[in-house]
Design a protein around this ligand. Structure first.
Ligand SMILES: Nc1nc2c(ncn2[C@@H]2O[C@H](COP(=O)(O)OP(=O)(O)O)[C@@H](O)[C@H]2O)c(=O)[nH]1
Ligand SMILES: [Mg+2]
Length: 208
């Protein structure tokens, strides 16, 4: 009986949006001290999701543990070519794309476009083949607005900020027909553990 399941997530986004901090939080470490990420770093953490512990004692789900394999990436544009290798090597189940409302929109939109292209490249370097694979691929794109504390936790503001990325997200949807899409609004520094955990809960629900 296999009770453990993997959730393989690639964390992408412009530099400084909070990717490394999120992983630290996932691991239960102090997220306020991060160093610049210069290479792909794979972090693994076995977690029992909150939803599992709420299951009845008769349910297998109660005893299931999830191995979250979070692949951290550098955000600098010159290092983004590593994204393709990261996704290919660790066979990502989905992308957790982080956004920061205190940063400029344009550079983050470029990062989002880069993530689209490198994901396709990771499927095949032949563009036509990659498009075909993408059409059938079951995957998850999770857009996480971080640093909600910098906009007074105003979800309306965050939604208006996210609208700047609608056209790119629409392209994702038209290319990855079987993908699931989700969004969340958090502060890696300030959100309670349950809110951070709920991101991984949603990933689980989307993938299993
Ligand atoms: N105010 C605020 N700052 C944050 C939050 N999350 C991360 N940061 C800060 O943003 C900066 C970049 O974080 P880091 O995780 O290294 O970003 P990365 O380049 O995407 O890995 C650091 O100074 C973090 O302390 C947050 O929720 N709120
Ligand atoms: Mg980093």
């Amino acid at each position: 009986m296999v009770l453990d399941r993997d959730i393989r997530l690639t964390i992408l986004g412009n530099t400084g949006v909070g990717k490394t901090s999120l992983i630290k939080r996932l691991k239960g470490e102090d997220p306020t001290m991060t160093e610049k990420t210069m290479d792909i770093i794979v972090e693994k953490k076995k977690i029992t999701l909150l939803s599992s512990s709420r299951q009845s004692k008769l349910s297998l789900e109660r005893y299931r543990k999830y191995n979250v394999i979070a692949v951290d990436n550098p955000g600098d544009f010159k290092l983004r070519r590593k994204w393709r290798d990261a996704m290919r090597k660790y066979k990502t189940d989905g992308i957790l794309f982080m956004l920061d409302p205190s940063q400029g929109i344009e550079s983050q939109r470029v990062a989002m476009e880069d993530s689209f292209n490198y994901f396709l490249d990771s499927l095949s370097l032949d563009p036509d083949k990659a498009d075909k694979k993408a059409k059938k691929k079951k995957t998850l794109f999770f857009f996480v607005v971080n640093k909600m504390d910098t906009i007074d936790n105003d979800e309306e503001k965050a939604k208006i900020f996210l609208e700047n990325f609608d056209t790119v997200i629409e392209d994702y949807k038209m290319t990855f027909l079987f993908a699931k899409f989700a969004q969340a609004f958090i502060s890696v520094h300030k959100s309670p553990y349950e809110e951070i955990d709920s991101i991984f809960e949603k990933c689980k629900q989307a993938l299993y």
